[in-house]
Write a protein that binds this ligand. Structure first.
Ligand code: NAD
Length: 478
């Protein structure tokens, strides 16, 4: 497997690769070794990025949608052609296994393809007013300079899910990747440059002092839009920061997904779906199944089969042959997972497998299955690791109440052989997305997003581009 690679290590501002006010070490969490150093941005570079995006905006907004579409299409083709390289980068800086990383890259590429197709299809409206005295013309215009902030768990897909619609809409942007995983985002800048994105349209900064520098950008009247994916805590803070200049925000925040198995479910299919919903990305996904609610009459069968599948997974360096579960992104994140499991055991939980930090280097945590009571504190937290707490229930109403007993509402999973029953349950669960008899439903063509404290707005689908467009009404005297 590739170990010595070319990295883009400088900031990307106004079509130039530039150094900043210092350097940040980027670690490989599988080994604890430093991979390389990446330039950090000071106030000067953050200001230069905003100025470049602001200068480039009028020209990019005027570009023919077809031209924007073709640049996005070219970017899609380049990401697919370079998928192995990007997947290796992701695995190195994030720790996830190569197969997960490759899956992410292909998913990420699809956002460029989908929005290349959406760029030429922005709808408008032309109507007679009810009084008949005018015509109502509704059109959409790009919002302007957008700040795109992404997390470490999907370094490619969370970036393209924002960059794709922003480019399609005609916005210019400043990308701020997570400090743990900037190498993938930098590689995407290189791809976008080669795809023909004009200078200044896409810029990347990695601020040396994130909070204050992002706050300064959100108080700059040239910045008009914030698209954030990350934790609810930081999202809440950024909504407050955005209030002063009334900046439009879209927020893809934390999840704590319930995985509900009704008593008539196909248990083998539910176990297979649970493995995907829990273990894609090693459990470090906002969509990860986090609370397993299983009908009491099938709970033993489900727990036995699921525990067997979980404990059979091979945990190893994400780039090693046959690895199925890689490292968490850092020792700090891994230790958070361990603390949650330890407190769940102290709270009366029964471990079926896992639950112990392995010896050796690297931020590893084993697949863990634990039966808990419905009041166990682990159920209140987004675990972000390979941990599955199981709770039993005795009626559909109880399952729905348990599923809704969370401040989060991103995605839920329901297993039942009775489609009407599954749909009734899906409609009663408070979440922006529901998967029925399926472990993964993320799709660039579908609207992704949450309710309650999981966020505001939608990415992907037909809605995604509207996070980057203003609606304008023009009234015409007739
Ligand atoms: P995080 O909130 O710690 O960081 C996200 C981004 O915000 C990073 O780039 C980080 O550097 C930046 N950031 C941190 N503090 C900031 C501040 N004060 N001002 C401005 N920016 C700041 O989240 P994370 O640990 O990187 O990612 C994990 C979280 O992301 C989980 O809660 C997960 O559920 C969520 N997530 C949500 C979705 C979704 O679509 N809903 C997708 C992926 C991840």
């Amino acid at each position: 497997m590739l170990r010595s690679m070319e990295f883009k290590k400088d900031l990307y501002i106004d079509g130039q690769w530039v150094s900043g006010d210092g350097y940040l070490d980027i670690y490989n969490p599988s080994t604890g070794e430093v991979i390389t150093q990446v330039a950090t941005a000071g106030d000067k570079e953050c200001e230069a990025a905003v100025a470049a995006a602001h200068r480039a905006f009028p020209g990019w907004a005027k570009t023919a949608p077809r031209v924007r579409a073709e640049i996005l299409r070219k970017a899609f083709e380049l990401v697919v052609a370079e998928a192995d390289h990007l997947a290796t980068l992701i695995s190195m800086e994030n720790g996830k296994v190569f197969s997960d990383a490759k899956g992410e890259v292909l998913y990420a590429a699809e956002f460029f393809r989908w929005f290349s197709e959406e760029a030429v299809r922005t709808p408008g409206d032309f109507r007679k007013s009810p009084s008949g005295d005018k015509r109502i013309l509704v059109t959409h215009q790009p919002i302007g300079v957008s700040l795109l902030i992404t997390p470490w768990n999907f370094p490619a897909a969370m970036a393209t899910r924002k960059i794709g619609p922003a480019l399609a809409a005609g916005c210019t942007m400043i990308v701020k990747p997570a400090g743990e995983t900037p190498l993938t985002a930098l590689a995407l800048m290189d791809i976008l440059e080669r795809a023909g994105v004009p200078k200044g349209v896409v810029n990347l900064v990695l601020p040396s002092n994130t909070g204050p520098m992002i706050s300064k950008m959100l108080h700059d009247p040239r910045v008009r839009n914030l698209s954030f994916t990350g934790s609810t805590v930081v999202g809440r803070l950024l909504i407050k920061e955005s209030a002063d200049c009334i900046i439009r925000t879209s927020m893809e925040l934390g999840g704590n997904a319930p995985f509900v198995v009704l008593d008539d479910a196909d248990i083998d299919a539910a176990v297979q779906g649970a493995m995907l919903a829990k273990m894609r990305n090693g459990g470090a996904a906002c969509t990860a199944a986090n609370r397993f609610y299983i009908a009491a009459s099938v709970a033993d069968e489900f727990t036995t089969k699921f525990t067997a599948a979980m404990s059979a997974l091979k945990m190893a360096d994400g780039l090693s042959e046959g690895a199925q579960l890689g490292a968490s992104v850092s020792i700090k994140e891994r230790n958070k997972i361990a603390e949650l499991v330890d407190s769940a055991v102290q709270g009366g939980g029964t471990l079926h497998t896992g639950g112990k930090i392995p010896d050796g280097a690297g931020a590893f945590y084993p697949p863990t299955v634990i039966s808990v009571g419905s009041d166990n504190l682990i159920l209140e937290h987004e675990v972000f690791g390979p941990v599955a707490p199981i709770v039993t229930f005795t009626s559909d109403e109880e399952a729905i109440a348990l599923a809704n007993s969370s401040e989060y509402g991103l995605i839920s999973y329901v297993y039942s052989r009775d489609l009407a029953r599954a749909i009734r349950t899906a409609e009663a669960i408070e979440s922006g997305m529901v998967a029925i008899n399926k472990g993964v439903i993320s799709d660039p063509a579908a609207p992704f997003g949450g309710v309650k404290q999981s966020g505001l707005g939608r990415e992907g689908g037909f809605d995604g581009i509207h996070e980057f467009l203003e609606t304008k009404y023009i009234g015409v005297e007739i």
